[in-house]
Design a protein around this ligand. Structure first.
Ligand code: ATP
Ligand code: MG
Length: 265
């Protein structure tokens, strides 16, 4: 289980403190699929970095199975908002990178990497370098790398934002299959309300800056075939509820920005 207790994050921006996150309290069950939505700049990536142990909270703490998170670990895998691939490695070698710490033969590593590239629809592109791939393809390599790495906790920061609708939907289903099969804990940040409802067992809505948890909406749709889920009347209800929660926050953020511009100018 992940426990986020009273977590705040303050950045120092050229001598001034900037509060990105404030008083975040949240529990994420082992094996839960949690989706997180919130306006741009509200602190979603900052929160994910804290969960990944890539930075430290200014206040509060994060416990993973009762143990404070103090740095990155093999138990957690991160898919970053910006594809983080090694430019000097081919697609398959990028995926293999995540497997180098594991006790696998070179051949097993290669097979596993190829298998995961095929899961994300990149068979035939194994030997391309990142600059020879499109943006969405690069992101899929990064997703394949985290899936192949097989961590207990998957932290995903808008992983599907750069993909076309068809690819996105097929990767959503692939992720759900993997999650159902493996019982991983997934924290999935997205801008897409429908994506959040489709994937999440709960959807956490964050407030605009400073980021707090505004509301957590439990989603129960049952798992039917994809078309049915999206067409279900409950789906529309969740969509309206979340859209209205988010709209308030986006408006609040805009007013805040206008005030700041006015006070500077
Ligand atoms: N290293 C940093 N130093 C100073 N400020 C930062 C730093 N990282 C993030 N911030 C600020 O913290 C706030 C939250 O940033 P964050 O990247 O977490 O937002 P986000 O919710 O992920 O936004 P988006 O949806 O656009 O990706 C922003 O105002 C950003 O400018
Ligand atoms: Mg972000």
């Amino acid at each position: 289980m992940i426990r986020i207790e009273g977590v705040g994050k303050v950045f120092d921006v050229r001598g001034e403190s900037f509060t990105a996150l404030q008083d975040i309290d949240l529990e994420i069950r082992t094996g839960e699929f949690l989706a997180v939505v919130g306006p741009s700049g509200c602190g979603k990536s900052t929160l994910l970095d804290l969960l990944g142990g890539l930075s430290e909270p200014t206040s509060g703490r994060i416990l993973l199975d009762g143990v404070p998170v103090t740095g990155p670990g093999l138990d957690r895998g991160v898919v970053f908002q910006q594809y983080a691939l090694f430019p000097w490695r081919t697609a398959v070698a990028n995926v293999e990178f995540g497997l180098e710490g594991k006790n696998l033969s070179k051949r097993e590593r290669r097979e596993r990497a190829r298998h995961h590239l095929s899961l994300v629809g990149l068979s035939g592109f194994e030997d391309r370098y990142p600059h020879e791939l499109s943006g969405g393809m690069r992101q899929r390599v990064a997703i394949a790398r985290s899936l192949a790495f097989d961590p207990d906790v998957l932290l995903m920061d808008e992983p599907y934002a750069a993909l076309d609708a068809q690819t996105r939907e097929s990767l959503q289903d692939e992720l759900l299959r993997i999650w159902e099969r493996t019982g991983k804990t997934v924290v999935f940040i997205t801008h897409g309300i429908e994506e959040a409802i489709y994937l999440g067992e709960r959807v956490a809505v964050m407030t605009s800056r400073p980021g707090r948890i505004k509301h957590v909406v439990p989603v129960s749709l049952g798992r039917r075939t994809e078309g049915e889920v999206r067409a279900a009347p409950e789906f529309g209800r969740y969509r309206r509820e979340l859209a209205s929660l988010l709209r308030d926050e986006v408006e609040r953020a805009r007013i805040q920005e206008l005030r700041e511009v006015a006070s500077v100018g």
